[in-house]
Design a protein. Sequence first.
Length: 329
Amino acid sequence: MITYIIIFILLFIAELVYFHIADKCSIIDKPNGRSSHSTVVLRGGGIIFLIGIWVWSLFFEFQYPWFLVGLTLVAGVSFVDDIHSLPDSVRLVIQFVATAMTFYQLGILHWSMWWIILLALIIYVGATNVINFMDGINGITAGYSLTVLVPLALVNMNGAFVEQSLIISTILALLVFCIFNFRPKGKAKCFAGDVGSIGIAFIMLFLLGNVIIKTTDITWLIFLLVYGVDGCLTIAHRIMLHEDLGEAHRKHAYQIMANELKIGHVKVALLYMVIQLIISLGFIYFCSNTMLAHWLYLIGVFAVLAIAYILFMKKYYHLHEEYLALLKK
């Protein structure tokens, strides 16, 4: 317990030091017509997630060195991109290289199954970017990540899948970030930036990867289902609209809630957190521990969320179209 208190204090101090640096170097996020905020805010506060893993490694003997190198590489490039925009191709190459390092750490980089590895690489990098796309309002990244990691910590109570101290240290980093970000619109001290959203996505997927490999059950990805449904269906919607997927937008369900429906950022973030937490706890405690039950639960919940997303968009998407029309005037 004393170790975790020390880690929390160190991370809190590190975040304050970063704020001073970001302020001096003008690492800021300026609002534009597609932003969900209206004031200038410090960018890159999510670097604390990377720092958290380094602090954990220092305290717990660098148990996952290849994962640490991969995370540092992908978060470092994302941080540079937060300051000076990089080509998508550069970021993707780095993400694939970093993911390959993580796969080596997981012990699954067997080229005899190259096609499975290639598919897994694409899914890992794709999921990382979907989580990044979902970072658009105060509190949602850190809050949602907590509802992924807390159930994961419950599943991993005896350290059966991954070092429990790694999960706890990541939760502490998230709590530090929440102090400055989990606030109403216009009140956030900092945003996560790509360094934060990409970084925490990379960490969560590594932790879930350990569970999936050791249980040989991919349905544990249900811990990311709410983000997955909103993120993937929004991408599908934008493809149908023939939009450039690399272009900034405000079409996610949570963005329409926060912007067009004027629901507070904290309330929207809490909604996503509660839904995911209910799904995850139901999967852990009420779903029979068999492969068939897991798949039926996953498919059933996915269907409910997908239908809810479609009905929501049918009812409220016209408000976003009206907003876009105003931008063109």
